[in-house]
Write a protein that binds this ligand. Structure first.
Ligand code: GAR
Length: 224
């Protein structure tokens, strides 16, 4: 297994691939954007080896199968406890020698031992500028609060909810006539930009975590 997918160093010895698992619960548009960015060559030296869903009819599973990616449904209720469920999940991730786990609309909080097992190797995308509007319905929370700017965040997952070290963020203006749907749609467009960008930085070994600060080795996002 690669250490932190530090492809830059390892790549000199051999062309190693960062093995990615994506955990999903729903439609999977973020999964699709990662797939597309690997296929287009924007993200190099990475492959999605398995997609795991906790919802049996998640459309994300179909998207994966459509690209010949192994797609597995794990029924949480078939496992006695959250710990047992996650032990089973870890077994699958180990089988696929997973280096990086992406949460893409995965609506389940991961337990502490799972997070410790994959420390700084689990990323999540959240539809707000964290630390504002954690948890469910982030876009609705933003609208109801009356913020003028919201956006999206890619972060490493720690033991808290939506509280881990921030990797990338993109702001999105909130318009006076926005509905939850219209704001969500504009934020989603930006999610599809920053999630692949964060994965690319990870795979290229450009991310360094110092406490809760993520350094991107002088990588600056293009200003819009
Ligand atoms: C995305 O908007 C993602 O940011 C959000 O769920 C949606 C999943 O869409 N995630 C969260 O709210 C996590 N707290 P997708 O299935 O089309 O990628």
């Amino acid at each position: 297994m690669l250490q932190n997918c530090n492809i830059v160093k390892l790549h000199k010895k051999s062309a190693m691939t960062c093995n990615i698992a994506v955990l999903v619960s729903g439609r999977g548009s973020n999964l699709q954007s990662i797939i597309d960015n690997i296929e287009s060559g924007y993200i190099r030296n990475a492959s999605i080896n398995v997609v795991v869903s906790d919802v049996h009819d998640a459309y994300a599973l179909e998207r994966a199968r459509d690209r010949a990616i192994d797609a597995i449904f794990i029924n949480p209720s078939e496992h006695g406890s959250k710990k047992d469920y996650e032990k089973y999940l870890i077994g699958i991730l180990e089988e696929y020698s997973i280096d990086l786990i992406l949460l893409a609309g995965y609506m389940r909080l991961l337990g502490n031992s799972f997070i410790r097992r994959y420390k700084n190797r689990i990323m999540n995308i959240h539809p707000s500028l964290l630390p504002s509007f954690k948890g469910l319905d982030a876009q609705k929370q933003a609208l109801e609060y009356g913020v003028k700017v919201s956006g999206c965040t890619v972060h490493f997952v720690d033991e808290g909810m939506d509280s881990g070290p921030i990797i990338l963020q993109q702001s999105v203006r909130v318009l006076e006539n926005d509905t939850v749907e219209s704001l969500s749609e504009r934020i989603l467009e930006q999610e599809h930009v920053i999630y692949p960008e964060a994965v690319k930085l990870f795979v290229e070994g450009k991310l360094k975590v110092q406490g809760r600060i993520v350094l991107t080795r002088n990588y600056e996002r293009p200003v819009k």
